[in-house]
Design a protein around this ligand. Sequence first.
Ligand SMILES: NC(=O)c1ccc[n+]([C@@H]2O[C@H](COP(=O)([O-])OP(=O)(O)OC[C@H]3O[C@@H](n4cnc5c(N)ncnc54)[C@H](O)[C@@H]3O)[C@@H](O)[C@H]2O)c1
Length: 261
Amino acid sequence: MNRFRGKVAIVTGAGAGIGRATALRLASEGAQVAAFDISRERAEETVKTIEENGGRAAPFVADVSEKVSVEASVDAVVTQLGLPFCLVNCAGILKISPALTMTVEEFDAVIGVNLRGVFLMSTAVARHMVAAAQPGRIVNVSSIHAAISLRDSAGYAASKGGIEALTFTLAADWAEYGITVNAVRPGATWSALTTPMYTPEVLSALEKRIPLGAVAQPEQVAAAIAYLASEEASYSTGAVLAVDGGYTVNGDLPGKEYSPR
Ligand SMILES: NC(=O)c1ccc[n+]([C@@H]2O[C@H](COP(=O)([O-])OP(=O)(O)OC[C@H]3O[C@@H](n4cnc5c(N)ncnc54)[C@H](O)[C@@H]3O)[C@@H](O)[C@H]2O)c1
């Protein structure tokens, strides 16, 4: 497939995990990828891998929670690579801390990256699309914890619920400009964020709880993101696509277990 040939794509959090897999996937389909990450080293590493595979990409060091950093980086993409066709908001952080003792600084830090970051990046990119009268795609990365609890992660869960609400409203706001705004809602996925949490016991419990019987590979989430970022998803806006192996629709009582795959 060459769904992104001749198109510029911005991916935030492109230095690791789902963002890195998405950057590689879009580049493999012809996109010129602007790899945004707060870590220069990780952004450059992703770009190196894309180039080694024959693709085109450039690193951009940006903190998505900071307005000045976001606007300068998005402006630089437009100047250096051209107007982006799609933006994937994947950068995210997780802090595990009981709500009763979580500091407001901890809460704000998670909201700042996960939710304000999506608002800042989306508006910065959409302003360019609207000014150029060009349509585009925005894909936000939510989480099953927008809909179901995750113990001791009030800021994270609130940020993901906020991302889905923001997705619905921006989809309606920007439809007249031909900009679609959708979200994917991943479940448990192998990444730097989660691997330390997946002890053998946790992994075994997850595999029995997930109807498809396995934790996702980042490439499986990237495939869903690539669809929503492509021309093919032309009639979807304000949609949330679950990529969770059936986790959130599993209503069985404990004792009904699935087989690991
Ligand atoms: N891994 C999972 O199980 C899972 C499940 C559901 C949703 N998600 C979501 O997917 C997204 C990616 O998660 P992941 O597991 O791949 O994480 P990861 O930790 O592997 O990668 C996150 C990347 O984002 C970058 N980043 C962090 N803060 C940033 C900032 N302020 N500005 C720019 N870049 C920043 C990091 O440097 C890193 O490269 C997150 O939004 C996360 O909430 C992950």
